[in-house]
Design a binder for this molecule. Structure first.
Ligand SMILES: [Zn+2]
Length: 505
C-alpha cells in the first residue's frame, strides 16, 4: 500500500529498547525460549524478517475445541480454517501475540529441512503463559509438518507484505491511543476506561466516563498534533516483573492504566513500560513505533454515549484515526464527496447547501404529489358516482384497474373509496374493485387490490372469492377489503378472474 510505504520508518534506533535491570538478559538459543515481553517484535517493532530456530511443535487442538479456554475475550481473533494446525514455539519471533488490546500478527515461517525451503502460513499467534505460540496451517501431511518443525530446526520468520501493513496499522493506532489517553488525563483529567483497536479501516475508540465538548476535542487534537510535529521519540523500558510493586486494582480503575494490570496468566516475568518522551509512561506489552512523528492524530469531532444495562453505568466513546488508517479514511471520504459534488454539479464546499436544497425540493414535490393525488381521487370518485347514479340495475358492480408506480398505491385507492362513500346516496347499492400495478412487472412485483361498496357482507364475500379465484392475500373490515397480489398481473388472467367474480354476485 503506497500510504504505508510513505509512512515507513526504516529502522528502529538502538536506544529504543532499554533493559534497565542489570540482572535481566535475553535468553540465548541454547536456553529457554525468549518470553513475551522480550520478543524480537517488542525489541525492534520494524523488523520484517528474522532468523531463529524451533523450540518445539505439536498438533493443535484449536479446531477440536470450539470454546476458548481463557475467560478473556480475544481481540479481533481470526477464525481458524478447518484442517490440521500446528502450535509452534520458536526460540524468538517477530510475530506479535495478541495482547494489551492489540490483535495478533499474521505472517509466514520458512522452514529449511534437508536443504528444502518451505513457507508455512501463520494464522495467529497467542500467548500461552509467558510464551508466544504460532498457529501454523498444515496443507499436507501432519507427520511431515512435525518433521519440518522438529526442535532446533532453523527457520526464518517474516511478516510478509500483508502482515506488515496490518502490523504497521496496529502500531500506529496503539501508539496513538497511548498519546491520546495521556493527553486526556493530563490536560482534562479524563481517565480512559478502555479502548478498542477495531478492524481497519473503522476508527478506533477510547471509552471515557463523560462526554466531551467539540472545543475540548479540538484542543486535545491540536496538542497531540503539536507533539507529532515535534516528532517526540518513543522508547521501551524493561525490567523483571515484581507483581508486588505493580499498581493495584484501585489504581487501574483510574482507567489511564489500561493495560497496566497484567493478565493473571502471564508468566513471562518481564515488565515493560512504553515511554513517549515528556508525555507518557505506561506499562504495556504491545508493539509501538519508535517515534510519533508520522501519526497525525485525527479525533472524530463528537462523542457517542453508551449505556451498559449490566452495570447500570454510562460512558462515552471518542473515536480516532491515525497513520495509514487516517489516509484510507481521507481517501474514501474524499471519493464520496467528489461523487456527490459530481452528482449535484457543484464544487465540494457547496455540497451541504445543495443537498439541503434537494431535500427541501423533494419535500415540496412530495406534498404537491399528495395534493394532486387527492384532487385526482375526487375526479375518479365523481366518475364512478355518476355511473352509479345512472345505472338501472339494483346493484352496480365495476372493476377499475390502474397502473401506478407510487409506493403508496393502496393509499390512493383508499382515498378514491373515501370520496365515493361521501358522495354515494343511500338508496343505490354498489360494489367496486380497484386494482393497481406497477408499470414494469416481474415475478416479485406487488399489485394491490381494494374492494369497497355499500354492503358489508357483499364486500367480505367478494374479498373471500378474490382470494381463491385470483390468489390475492388480504382481509377487511366494514365496507372495505384490501389485498396484495405477487407476480405478473395479466389483464386477461387476473383482470378476467375479477370480472367473473363480479358477474357472479
Ligand atoms: Zn498499550
Amino acid at each position: 500500500m503506497a500510504a504505508t510505504a510513505q509512512l515507513l520508518l526504516p529502522t528502529t534506533p538502538s536506544t529504543y529498547h532499554r533493559i534497565i535491570s542489570p540482572t535481566l538478559t535475553i535468553p540465548t538459543s541454547d536456553r529457554a525460549p525468549v518470553p513475551v515481553g522480550l520478543l524480537a517484535c517488542q525489541r525492534d517493532p520494524l523488523l520484517r524478517t528474522f532468523d531463529t530456530e524451533v523450540h518445539k511443535a505439536c498438533l493443535s487442538e484449536a479446531n477440536a475445541k470450539p470454546a476458548a479456554k481463557s475467560g478473556k475475550k480475544a481481540v479481533n481473533a481470526p477464525t481458524l480454517p478447518k484442517g490440521p494446525i500446528l502450535e509452534v514455539i520458536l526460540h524468538d519471533t517477530i510475530l506479535f501475540p495478541e495482547g494489551g488490546g492489540q490483535p495478533t500478527d499474521i505472517g509466514i515461517i520458512h522452514t529449511k529441512k534437508d536443504g528444502v525451503e518451505k513457507p508455512w502460513d501463520v494464522l495467529q499467534v497467542k500467548r500461552h503463559g509467558g510464551l508466544a505460540v504460532h498457529y501454523v496451517k498444515v496443507d499436507g501431511d501432519v507427520e511431515a509438518a512435525l518433521q519440518a518443525f522438529s526442535p532446533k530446526s532453523p527457520v526464518s520468520v517474516s511478516l510478509g507484505a500483508e502482515g506488515y501493513d496490518k502490523r504497521y496499522d496496529h502500531m500506529s493506532m496503539h501508539t496513538s491511543q497511548h498519546l491520546l489517553s495521556a493527553l486526556l488525563e493530563t490536560r482534562l483529567d479524563i481517565p480512559t476506561l478502555s479502548w478498542s483497536l477495531t478492524t481497519s479501516p473503522s476508527p478506533c475508540y477510547v471509552e471515557l466516563p463523560r462526554s466531551m465538548t467539540p472545543d475540548e476535542i479540538l484542543s486535545i487534537q491540536t496538542e497531540a498534533n503539536r507533539l507529532v510535529f515535534e516528532g517526540r521519540k518513543v522508547h521501551v523500558e524493561v525490567e523483571e516483573l515484581n507483581r508486588d510493586t505493580l499498581p493495584g486494582t484501585q489504581t487501574t480503575e483510574g482507567g489511564r492504566f489500561v493495560g497496566k494490570a497484567l493478565p493473571d496468566d502471564y508468566t513471562g516475568g518481564v515488565k515493560r513500560v512504553i515511554v513517549i518522551d515528556g508525555v507518557d509512561r505506561n506499562p504495556c506489552c504491545g508493539t509501538h513505533l519508535p517515534s510519533i512523528k508520522n501519526l497525525q492524530l485525527f479525533l472524530l469531532p463528537h462523542t457517542e454515549s453508551l449505556t451498559r444495562s449490566s452495570s447500570n453505568t454510562t460512558s462515552t466513546r471518542l473515536y480516532f484515526l491515525a497513520g495509514p488508517r487516517l489516509i484510507t479514511h481521507l481517501t474514501s471520504t474524499h471519493s464520496l464527496l467528489t461523487a456527490i459534488s459530481s452528482l449535484l454539479s457543484c464544487g465540494a464546499p457547496l455540497v451541504p447547501d445543495r443537498v439541503a436544497l434537494v431535500v427541501d425540493e423533494r419535500k415540496k414535490a412530495e406534498k404537491r404529489s399528495q395534493d394532486v393525488e387527492e384532487e385526482l381521487a375526487k375526479y375518479v370518485a365523481a366518475d364512478l358516482h355518476a355511473e352509479i347514479e345512472k345505472t338501472e340495475k339494483t346493484l352496480f358492480v365495476k372493476h377499475v384497474h390502474r397502473i401506478d408506480d407510487s409506493s403508496s398505491a393502496l393509499a390512493f385507492l383508499s382515498t378514491i373509496s373515501t370520496h365515493l362513500a361521501a358522495k354515494a346516496s343511500t338508496d343505490k347499492s354498489y360494489l367496486v374493485v380497484l386494482s393497481s400495478t406497477p408499470s414494469s412487472l416481474t415475478s416479485t412485483s406487488t399489485s394491490v387490490v381494494l374492494v369497497f361498496g355499500s354492503d358489508e357482507a357483499l364486500v367480505k364475500k367478494v374479498g373471500d372469492q378474490l382470494k381463491t379465484a385470483v390468489g390475492i392475500k388480504g382481509g377487511g373490515k366494514g365496507l372495505k377489503w384490501s389485498g396484495k397480489f405477487t407476480g405478473v398481473w395479466k389483464d386477461a388472467k387476473e383482470g378476467s378472474a375479477i370480472q367473473k367474480v363480479l358477474e357472479s354476485v
